[in-house]
Design a protein around this ligand. Structure first.
Ligand SMILES: C[S@@+](CC[C@H](N)C(=O)[O-])C[C@H]1O[C@@H](n2cnc3c(N)ncnc32)[C@H](O)[C@@H]1O
Length: 392
């Protein structure tokens, strides 16, 4: 097909799709309570790529000082939280992951098929002074495309206080709740391989992620796992975690945008929900890369709510090395995720949109060169695994 004819067809298809599904602004206008169909995703991507948002992100943002350094979207993918609603970006990302189930690994995982389910940058074991013990990272083979995410989840729930707690519990199954489970990939790993007798309730505010969790992970052969939508998220507007008081052994939060700027009102709501559902002596297992000063704030706020810090590993170096090790896989993944959208082939608009899509995914993935990666290198952000005991 000649270029002009192709362009004509693309514009026509795009125009029809946009007319049928007027595209919301991907950066803020998508609903997390809706799982977008492949046709809707095409329409959204087409509208997004042809919209002025692309120019705003690429051309009109001066080099401004943002938290943790001087960053610019075009170069390092920096996009400050007030620029967009995270829920909206997640809605499109989860729909893209679901609509592209047949990805292929690269680098050490070259040729290995997988579906993008771990929305986790993850960690890897590193040796050296000040590093957590090597055995604190539960290692997976380097041929596994999502090994760093697996390592983050498995290590988080096998911290020494968690293993001691489990031992004391004996044959009684662990009751676990996760807040911000995404597609439930970590929950699936834990219920199948790490704590296989556990009863695990995986919660998220994204309908598409919960649908993937139900379809792929909470299947008949994995009866310990339940995935459940909490519309608009736990803690938001007083939303509760759907569990009774004092009924849970572990609450897990792994790489969820809770406390990524400060311990504010939402975080305090979430923490008091965690405290409400945890049994006396139960553990809040929290893993994330957030500003070092926010971890320091948590050291004050969580004890004030009745938690006691019983383990703390600083995995920042291992998280940086994980991103370096994962470079080729993530590069290939971004191309594969963006490939199914014909609008990416439209001259001028396509390449610019590809760049924005790639920068957005890269930033969410703390890919080398992005602002979020650099913040881990400088120590502005710290990747911690902590265990907090509920002293009731
Ligand atoms: C970076 S993703 C990580 C997902 C998953 N933990 C993983 O590592 O693959 C963060 C997830 O947290 C969810 N989330 C953020 N705040 C939430 C809240 N208050 N309640 C429930 N889910 C939340 C988002 O919808 C998103 O799916």
């Amino acid at each position: 097909m000649g270029l002009l004819k192709t362009l004509g067809v693309l514009t026509l298809v795009g125009g029809v799709l946009i007319a049928v599904f007027p595209p919301p602004d991907v950066l803020s206008g998508l609903s997390s309570n809706h799982d977008h169909s492949p046709l809707e995703v095409q329409a959204i991507m087409t509208g997004f790529c042809l919209s002025p948002v692309i120019g705003m992100l690429l051309d009109e943002r001066p080099e401004i000082e943002t938290t943790g350094g001087e960053f610019k979207f075009e170069e390092d993918g920096d996009i400050e939280n007030e620029d967009y609603a995270q829920a909206s970006i997640y809605a499109i990302l989860y729909a893209m992951y679901k609509n592209t189930p047949n990805l292929v690994g690269a680098g050490t995982s070259a040729g290995v098929p997988y579906q993008f389910t771990f929305n986790t940058w993850g960690i890897t074991p590193v040796d050296g002074p000040g590093q957590p013990p090597r055995e604190s990272v539960y290692a997976f083979p380097d041929t596994d495309p999502q090994r760093h995410g697996k390592q983050a989840y498995a290590s988080l729930v096998t911290q020494p206080p968690a293993m001691e707690y489990k031992k004391k519990l004996g044959d009684t199954p662990l009751e676990i709740v996760e807040i911000g489970c995404g597609t439930g990939a970590g929950a699936n790993l834990i219920t199948r391989e790490v704590h296989p007798t556990a009863k695990y309730l995986a919660l998220d505010m994204q309908q598409a992620a919960i649908n993937t969790c139900k379809q792929n992970h909470a299947t008949e052969d994995n009866p310990g796992l339940t995935c459940q939508l909490v519309p608009n998220g736990v803690g938001n507007g007083g939303n509760r975690a759907p569990r009774a008081d004092s009924s849970v052994d572990f609450v897990v939060i792994s790489e969820t945008h809770i406390a990524d700027i400060q311990i504010g009102d939402l975080e305090k709501e979430i923490f008091s929900e965690i405290r409400r559902i945890l049994k006396p002596g139960g553990l809040f297992l929290w893993g994330n890369a957030i500003p070092t000063r926010v971890w320091e704030q948590a050291d004050v706020e969580l004890p004030a709510l009745g938690f006691e810090l019983v383990n703390s590993y600083n995995h920042t170096k291992g998280a940086v090395v994980a991103r370096d090790e994962d470079y080729e896989r993530v590069e290939a993944c971004m191309d594969q995720l963006l490939a199914p959208y014909p609008v990416m082939q439209v001259p001028y608009f396509g390449p610019r949109c590809h760049k924005v899509g790639e920068r957005l995914i890269a930033n969410f993935y703390r890919h080398p060169g992005t602002a979020l990666y650099l913040k881990m290198v400088t120590g502005y952000d710290s990747y911690m695994h902590q265990a907090w005991r509920n002293n009731k």
